[in-house]
Design a protein around this ligand. Structure first.
Ligand code: ATP
Ligand code: MG
Length: 432
């Protein structure tokens, strides 16, 4: 007989993660907070595809950006030759969808979406090739009021999660002005960078004439001092842009939200104008930005829609979770309330309806499946993390009762409860 060779197990793609319990429960917990908060602010959920035409991101994010130049997963659709990309961010796809469905026709929109995005980066803690973003967008609003609303919404999220603002996470704010103001600044910046040409690295040299603002976004420590002394866009802002920034600041000040103006904050995508902001943390090393966003008044028209102003932000879910874990602010458990021990498989037809009633009453019950000795069932009950074992023995059942055994309190005695009054005590167990 020929022996079958055991096949090599296949591995997942590098930089793309599998998430099991209890970590997955933290995701659900975090997403639930986000959903609830977004509802309180009147934002509505929207879902768009993970694959879009490559041209959407090239046009939207900008040709001379890290994302489009080096990080985007693109492929040719084998069946029809279309050039497609896994979305590297959510905004451009949402804008595409809003244009395609004429969704701004009835007035402005407040939207949010959570989902995976893809960037080919060197994987490390807080930096992955598939990661999740919460994306929140307000489209059709021109004023600083919505800019401030979005920033305060993020602060409300930190507060809910127990993050201390100014300590665990702090706000940086800047204005990128309007296209004409940027053009004037650009000319001054190019002249300055040309003077320092011999210092520039390859990326910076290439971007000097294609996208000089991006040079300010460099992560190269050798360039920091030089870019810090570069001409600042803030000094080129006209009256209206300054007034816009002032109004955002007035709301933040009024709300007691401390921030720093960072004149070098330019964001990694080309579509921003006026307000830009980032929330950064000291706890995650060089993966410091948890959330970033800003106004993009030109993008909708640039992607072929009827011009409309907009503002939004993207939040890195993994980074936020890492931060919350580092500060011990996440729920540690993912356990059912109770584990049902089933001594006799033959009793199952009588047990199932009771389990259904317990669940209908809000008690989470994990049923032992597959039979086995009491000893092995109790072992499973313990490792499930449940607070109680419910023992559905034949004697108890014939008396119309179930035995409840506390699993996590030392020395606590077991007790019986009537099967006929499940709704009564299920809630007590759950909240005990
Ligand atoms: P960074 O400067 O760290 O590369 P970015 O400016 O490229 O961030 P954005 O495009 O603004 O990031 O994306 C919004 C958020 O998504 C970031 O603030 C961050 O929290 C998260 N993020 C970005 N890239 C990654 C990644 N590769 N892995 C995990 N999270 C990421
Ligand atoms: Mg990046």
């Amino acid at each position: 007989m020929t022996e079958l060779k055991k096949p090599e197990p296949l591995k997942g793609v590098k930089g793309m993660n599998d998430t099991f319990s209890p970590e997955s429960a933290r995701w659900e917990w975090l997403e639930a907070h986000m959903r609830d908060l977004l509802r309180l602010y009147g934002y509505r959920n929207v879902r768009t595809p993970m694959v879009e035409p490559t041209a959407l991101f090239v046009r939207g994010i900008g040709e001379v950006t890290d994302i489009v130049e080096k990080e985007m997963y693109t492929f040719t659709d084998k069946l029809n030759g279309d050039e497609l990309a896994l979305r590297p961010e959510i905004t451009a796809g949402l804008v595409r969808a809003v244009i395609e469905h004429n969704a701004l026709y009835d007035g402005p929109l407040r939207l949010w979406s959570i989902g995976p995005v893809f960037r080919h980066e060197r994987p490390q803690k807080g930096r992955y090739r598939q990661f999740y973003q919460l994306d929140v967008e307000a489209m059709g609003f021109a004023g600083p009021d919505v800019d401030a609303e979005l920033i305060l919404l993020t602060r409300a999220l930190w507060r809910r999660l127990g993050l201390k603002e100014g300590v665990d996470i702090r706000l940086e704010l800047n204005s990128l002005g309007e296209p004409a103001e940027r053009a004037a600044h650009r000319a001054a910046l190019v002249a300055y960078l040309e003077q320092h040409q011999e210092q520039l690295d390859a990326d910076a040299r290439r971007r000097l004439h294609t996208n000089p603002l991006r040079v300010l976004d460099t992560k190269n420590p050798a360039l920091q001092e030089m870019v810090e002394a570069a001409p600042q866009l803030l000094d080129f802002l006209g009256e209206e842009s300054l007034a816009h920034l002032q109004s955002v600041r007035a709301v933040l000040d009024g709300a007691g939200l401390a921030y720093t103006i960072n004149p070098r904050l330019v964001r990694g995508l080309d579509y921003y104008n006026r307000t830009v902001f980032e929330w950064v943390t000291p706890h995650l090393g060089s993966q410091a930005t948890v959330c970033g966003g800003g106004r993009y008044d030109g993008l909708i028209a640039q992607l072929g829609g009827k011009g409309a102003p907009a503002v939004g932000f993207g939040l890195g879910m993994e980074r936020l979770l890492l931060l919350l874990e580092a500060l011990n602010l996440v729920p540690s458990e993912d356990a059912p309330d109770a584990y049902a021990v089933v001594p006799e498989v033959a009793e199952l037809p009588q047990i199932f309806p009771v389990l259904e009633n317990l669940r209908a009453a809000g008690l989470s019950v994990q049923m032992h499946a597959g039979g086995g000795s009491m000893k092995s069932q109790f072992k499973r009950a313990n490792s499930s993390g449940a607070r109680y074992a419910l023992i559905f023995g034949g004697d108890e059942l014939s008396r119309g009762e179930v035995t409840v055994k506390p699993l996590r309190e030392d020395g606590a005695a077991q007790f019986s409860r009537p099967l006929a009054e499940v709704a009564h005590w299920a809630l007590q167990l759950r909240t005990a």
